[in-house]
Write a protein that binds this ligand. Structure first.
Ligand SMILES: Cc1cc2nc3c(=O)[nH]c(=O)nc-3n(C[C@H](O)[C@H](O)[C@H](O)COP(=O)(O)OP(=O)(O)OC[C@H]3O[C@@H](n4cnc5c(N)ncnc54)[C@H](O)[C@@H]3O)c2cc1C
Length: 390
């Protein structure tokens, strides 16, 4: 059994680490200053500038196939890169990406939606959640009714990441209520903002915020169907599947960074004539954090490896998402505690991470939904205890 990184994995990881350290981390003080002034950490043009700089280093389209100018990296390498991105709170991600399901587009749709998204000329959002359908995504109600060569969309989506900035939305709508979403009654549509949907920004605990999208008789041409009629729910689950290992990979990077901050603070902050790190209470918080961090690392890398091995990744990635999201919340909470009053201030970024990581237990499948999947797989015998080693 080999737990080491290959030479290639280490080289890529180290190059990303050097880029993040040299080009992104120096922006942290400014991002914190802007947050205190209620401004976005980075604006779109600043993110784009960094992305183009990264492109010169060869980092462009981590998951994007080579024929579209991307790197098409294995999932394990992508996971390692997401961990490096997690080590800074600057809201940066590499460019050259598009929602994974956009690759199901027709050639015409690729020219209109996929390629401009990869090039950063257009912004997309993916919309399945509705006010009455989150965890129970099959309960969506936004309807698409056929009218000649068009479809008419009516209803509302909510909590859509990037929904207030997007030029177009990938919208999962009900096309056959009798069948139900899960059994072929839902279809994905590519809907330009210019077709008439509007968005309302939603304030949240974290930076930025999702949006509600309102469709009031929005007319969409038939050629804007993504994939097949009736394939919408399957595409939605495929979209969500990707986040199941990238989110906890990011969480690992955050935990690594904040744990190091706690170690440094514990070794320097003095109370009662000695550093706080000499107290067992602090030592145990550090020990528990490191142990949980390592457990999450291997669960998440295993789930990414499962993708690369061509195995069904759902069970492993649900465990990685559940444990990684919980782990980062516990670690950030302990690190905040170790910093005492300073941890609670906006002088340090810890409280910012504290708010940010709370989301990780909610979006792209809540803790409870991951537990439901994991236990159902075992109870129904879809998976054996021990996974691929069983
Ligand atoms: C910041 C943010 C960004 C998001 N981005 C997107 C996006 O880009 N696109 C998109 O489509 N959606 C997005 N979402 C939606 C997100 O996926 C949903 O919020 C999430 O799936 C939970 O749905 P809900 O909020 O309706 O909660 P509900 O489904 O109403 O659940 C409420 C609570 O009940 C629990 N619960 C529900 N059913 C059960 C059950 N059977 N057993 C036990 N517990 C249960 C849940 O786990 C949760 O704790 C985003 C959400 C947020 C907050």
């Amino acid at each position: 059994m080999d737990f080491a990184l290959s030479d290639e994995e280490r080289a890529v990881r180290d190059t990303v680490r050097a880029f993040i350290t040299r080009e992104v981390m120096p922006l942290e003080a400014e991002v914190l200053r802007r947050e205190r002034a209620h401004q976005p950490g980075l604006d779109h043009s600043e993110v784009r500038e960094l992305q183009l700089k990264a492109r010169k280093f060869g980092f462009w389209g981590l998951a994007t196939p080579e024929e579209y100018g991307g790197m098409n990296l294995p999932a394990v390498l992508q996971s390692l890169i997401w961990t490096e991105l997690g080590r800074t709170f600057v809201p940066f991600r590499f460019g050259g990406e598009a929602d994974n399901i956009l690759f199901h587009a027709t050639e015409e749709q690729k020219r209109e939606f996929l390629i401009p998204t990869i090039e950063g000329e257009r912004r997309s959002c993916f919309a399945i959640t509705e006010p009455g359908a989150g965890s129970d995504a099959a309960n969506i109600r936004l309807s698409a009714r056929r009218d000649g060569d068009d479809w008419i969309l009516d209803g509302e989506k909510t909590f859509i990441t990037g929904g207030h900035d997007a030029d177009f939305a990938i919208v999962v709508a009900v096309t056959d209520r009798e069948k139900g979403a899960r059994k072929g009654g839902a279809t994905a549509f590519l809907v330009d903002r210019s077709m008439g949907w509007r968005s309302e920004f939603i304030q949240t605990m974290g930076e930025g915020g999702p949006a509600s999208l309102i469709f009031d008789g929005v007319r969409v041409p038939h050629r804007n169907i993504l994939g097949e009629i009736g394939q919408g729910f399957t595409l939605g689950m495929e979209w969500i599947g990707k986040g199941r290992y990238t989110i906890p990979s990011h969480a690992i990077g955050i935990a690594e960074r904040v744990l190091q901050m706690a170690i440094d603070y514990a070794n320097t902050r003095e109370t009662f004539g000695t550093t706080i790190g000499t107290n067992q209470a602090i030592q145990w918080m550090i020990a528990d954090s490191e142990t949980e961090l390592e457990a999450a690392r291997w669960l998440v890398l295993r789930s990414a490896w499962t993708v690369d091995a061509g195995l069904d990744p759902r069970h492993a990635s649900s465990m990685g998402k559940l444990y990684g999201a919980g782990m980062v919340n516990r670690v950030v909470d302990r690190v905040l505690q170790i910093h005492g009053g300073m941890g609670y201030t906006r002088e340090l970024p810890i409280e910012r991470w504290y708010r940010q990581v709370r989301l990780y237990r909610i979006f792209e499948g809540t803790d409870e939904m991951q537990r439901l999947i994991i236990s159902r797989d075992l109870l129904r015998g879809y998976t054996k205890i021990g996974g691929h080693l069983a």
